[in-house]
Design a protein around this ligand. Structure first.
Ligand SMILES: *Cc1c(COP(=O)(O)O)cnc(C)c1O
Length: 387
């Protein structure tokens, strides 16, 4: 009750720094209210510098970036692409755009990201059938890198390139390197719920400058070099607007603050629930820094008497937004016919995480008071079943 009166707490809302307006105002003053422009060029350069990659192209979404990466790798009809199963549907949809077929790979318990065991098994099967994938899409979940060295080793054994879906992991590191820069291509998202946002947008990065130039060409309707409008390739309208790139430039300047704030939110939850049996937070793997984009945990009903769904419902009653962990792609009706490789023959990690997992409000602008509301609500629920 009282949910009408209580302020809404969101899972991961935008967090503006104040500088965004200056970039937007300048674009208006100069009348750069168009796709492309100086903010787009600068945003690409600044992001490339931040993650230390040779080239970057700003796009209308992270989904568009994945699509272009697949196109650049010549993924087409009849091909297959391996993809992490525990992710948002945007990781896998572009495989369908290209007329190819996804094969889904389970998570490992250590990082919740792609299982090396499952990946190896999928490769050995594919090799046997003489049907190796054209690409592997590795998702870096909830702000944490997958174990990229191990994954890249396996993929290079079969000469298959890797696309890193780092939509959720901008700012995370892997052995000191930026998440999203370890594969052939990396993609970032600036959707409204991500760690920094342009309200909507994405970026494709690579050390292959020629490939990024080709992506830039395809993203602007593949217009040939000619005075008239001439086209010999099919392109897309995927470029970012100069206004939105201005928002991105301001956001990038506070990215480190945003990471620290999200990690602080995570640590407060861990501390608050340290005495609750059955709560297990997503581990931070030894090889890098996670941004804790979302605080994710699993809830063991046998130990604490409540389920993840009970918590989500109780929070909803208090006008607080919490969500289950992503429903794995191999369990989606859309991908019913696709092959799936679990971590172990008799243990699917992603299904377990989906069944038991939830994500708590994790915004970098979540106040201590608001976080206490979340914590109190959950503690009350735990106490109620204990008594
Ligand atoms: C948000 C997200 C995307 C898609 O990004 P958009 O910019 O919304 O298109 C892709 N993959 C993952 C894992 C995401 O979380």
């Amino acid at each position: 009750m009282g949910s009408i009166l209580k302020k809404r707490i969101y899972l991961s809302p935008p967090h503006m720094s104040g500088m965004e307006k200056e970039f937007i105002a300048r674009a208006f003053d100069e009348n750069w209210v168009a796709p492309l422009g100086p903010n787009v060029d600068a945003f690409e350069q600044e992001l490339a510098n931040y993650v230390k990659t040779k080239a970057a192209v700003a796009l209308s979404s992270g989904t568009a970036a994945i699509h272009l990466a697949l196109r650049l790798l010549n993924v087409g009809r009849g091909d297959s692409v391996f993809c992490s199963t525990l992710t948002f549907v945007a990781s896998a949809n572009p495989i369908l755009y290209q007329g190819a077929k996804p094969v889904f790979i389970d998570s490992e318990p250590e990082s919740w990201n792609m299982s090396k065991e499952a990946l190896k098994k999928a490769f050995l099967d594919a090799k046997k059938k003489n049907k190796l994938p054209k690409a592997v899409i590795v998702v870096n979940l909830y702000g944490q890198s997958a174990d990229m060295d191990e994954i890249l080793n396996i993929c290079s054994e079969f000469y298959v390139p890797v696309i890193e879906d780092a939509a959720e992991s901008l700012g995370a590191t892997y052995k000191g390197r930026a998440s999203g820069t370890l594969g052939k291509f990396g993609i970032y998202s600036f959707n409204g719920n991500k760690i920094i946002t342009t309200s909507g947008g994405g970026m494709l990065v690579s050390d292959d400058e020629e490939a990024i130039a080709r992506a830039r060409f395809l993203a602007a309707q593949a217009r040939d070099r000619a005075l008239h409008y001439q086209h010999s390739k099919m392109g897309y309208n995927y470029r970012m607007s100069n206004i939105l790139a201005g928002i991105g430039r301001a956001q990038l300047r506070v990215l480190e603050d945003r990471i620290n704030a999200r990690r602080t939110v995570f640590n407060r939850y861990v501390e608050a629930f340290s005495d609750v049996e059955g709560f297990e937070f997503m581990p931070e793997a030894h090889y890098g820094r996670a941004t804790r984009w979302l605080t994710a945990l699993t809830v063991d009903e046998n130990l604490c008497g409540i389920s993840a769904a009970d918590i989500i419902n109780a929070l909803a009653d208090e006008n607080i937004e919490a969500r289950p962990v992503w429903k794995p792609m191999h369990a989606q009706p859309l991908f019913e016919e696709c092959d799936y490789y679990p971590h172990q023959e008799d243990f699917s990690v992603s299904d377990y995480l989906f069944k038991k997992g939830l994500c708590l409000p994790s915004g970098s602008n979540l106040t201590k008071e608001d976080q206490n509301r979340v914590i109190e609500c959950i503690k009350n629920l735990v106490a109620k079943v204990k008594s």
